[in-house]
Design a protein around this ligand. Structure first.
Ligand code: CTP
Ligand code: MG
Length: 235
C-alpha cells in the first residue's frame, strides 16, 4: 500500500492580515509550508508529497522547497485554484498510479505531530474509507440566526457539546473514495473539508483523536502560539 499526502497551500491567508501568502510566512525562520511538508514526510508510510502552490507561484514554491531536504519522500509541486476544494482537486489529479491511500493536509497546520499522521494512516489501512483527526470542543457552541455585523443575533439552539468534535488535518482516505467524492460533489454545496464531500456520498467517515498542536494558523494570535510551540520543541 502506497500513501501520498496532498498539501493545499494556495490560499492567500486573508485572516492573517497583510504579508506574504500564508504558507510562505515563517515560523522559527522557516516557511510554514516547509514545516507542513516535513510533518508529512516524517511518517515512514508517506512516499510522495504533492504541494499545491498559489496559481501563479508553482516555480517559486518548487525553488523554495528545493532548498530543503525531506528525508525519503518524493515531492511534486502543482498550481492551485480559486478555492480550497479546487486546489485539492488539482493535487489529486497529479497523483501517479499505485497510490492507494491519500492524506489531505492544510499547509496552515504546520506543527501536527507524526503520531497523529500515523494514526490517520493506520485507520485507513485498517479499512475506514475516510478518517479525520478531531478534538472535543472547549467552548459551548450556539446556533444563531445571522444578522449584519454589530447587530445582536438571536440564538436558535445549543447543540450538545459532548457530541461535537473540531476536526483537523491530515484527513485520510481510500484514494477511490476521495476521487469519487471530488467528482460527485458540486463546489459551493457547503462542504468545508474533504471528509464533508465523502459524507455527501453517503460513505462512512470516522474520527480518531487529533492533537492540540495540529491547530490551524488562521489569525495573528495563532502565529504567536505556533512560535511558542516550536520554541518549546527546540528547547
Ligand atoms: N487553500 C488552497 N487554495 C485555496 C484556498 C485555500 O490551497 N484557494 C489552502 C490554504 O493554503 C490552507 C488550507 O487551504 O493551507 C486551509 O485554508 P485556510 O486556513 O482558510 O487558508 P487561507 O484560505 O489561505 O486563509 P484565509 O481563508 O484567511 O484567506
Ligand atoms: Mg480560506
Amino acid at each position: 500500500i502506497r500513501t501520498a499526502a496532498v498539501i493545499p497551500a494556495a490560499g492567500r491567508g486573508v485572516r492573517l492580515g497583510p504579508g506574504a501568502p500564508k504558507a510562505l510566512r515563517t515560523l522559527g525562520g522557516t516557511p510554514m509550508l516547509v514545516h507542513a511538508v516535513r510533518a508529512m514526510a516524517a511518517s515512514r508510510a508517506v512516499s510522495l508529497v504533492v504541494v499545491v502552490a498559489p496559481p501563479d507561484g508553482a516555480p517559486e514554491v518548487r525553488a523554495l522547497l528545493d532548498e530543503h531536504s525531506f528525508s525519503r519522500a518524493e515531492l511534486l509541486v502543482v498550481p492551485g485554484g480559486e478555492t480550497r476544494q479546487e486546489s485539492v482537486r488539482r493535487g489529486l489529479d497529479a497523483l501517479p498510479d499505485g497510490i492507494d491511500v491519500v492524506l489531505v493536509h492544510d499547509a496552515a497546520r504546520p506543527l501536527v505531530p507524526v503520531d497523529t499522521v500515523d494514526a490517520v494512516i493506520a485507520a485507513v489501512r485498517a479499512g475506514a474509507p475516510a478518517v479525520v483527526p478531531a478534538l472535543p470542543l472547549a467552548d459551548t457552541v450556539k446556533q444563531v440566526e445571522p444578522r449584519p455585523r454589530g447587530e445582536a443575533e438571536p440564538v436558535t439552539g445549543t447543540p450538545e457539546r459532548a457530541l461535537l468534535r473540531a476536526v483537523q488535518t491530515p484527513q485520510g482516505f481510500d484514494r477511490e473514495t476521495l476521487l469519487k467524492a471530488h467528482d460527485t460533489v458540486v463546489e459551493g454545496e457547503g462542504a468545508t473539508d474533504d471528509a464533508g464531500l465523502v459524507e455527501r456520498l453517503g460513505a462512512p467517515v470516522v474520527v480518531v483523536p487529533g492533537h492540540e498542536e495540529a491547530f490551524k494558523v488562521t489569525r495573528p494570535l495563532d502565529l504567536v502560539l505556533a512560535e511558542a510551540v516550536l520554541a518549546r520543541r527546540r528547547a
